[in-house]
Design a binder for this molecule. Sequence first.
Ligand SMILES: [Zn+2]
Ligand SMILES: [Zn+2]
Length: 85
Amino acid sequence: MIFLLLMIMAFLFLKIQDNLNAPEIVESVTAACPGCAKEVELDWMVCPHCLQRLRENCPQCHQRKMIIHLFCPSCGSRAVGQDNG
Ligand SMILES: [Zn+2]
Ligand SMILES: [Zn+2]
């Protein structure tokens, strides 16, 4: 019975929609500073504790990326600057 299957699908879809509408707790995304290991927010440009730069421009696509990311999230190229690897 395809009709019955469709009914079940629609029911599940509504349940999923219900879950999606549940309020989410938005918290700021933090990471450890590569310079001093203190907690910094990901949208900060510079660590306020040690002035370590937290963002740099990707040498490949020139999009801004986090220093702590090994690979550029925009183009996937490996970050340069650390030559031991
Ligand atoms: Zn720092
Ligand atoms: Zn890139």
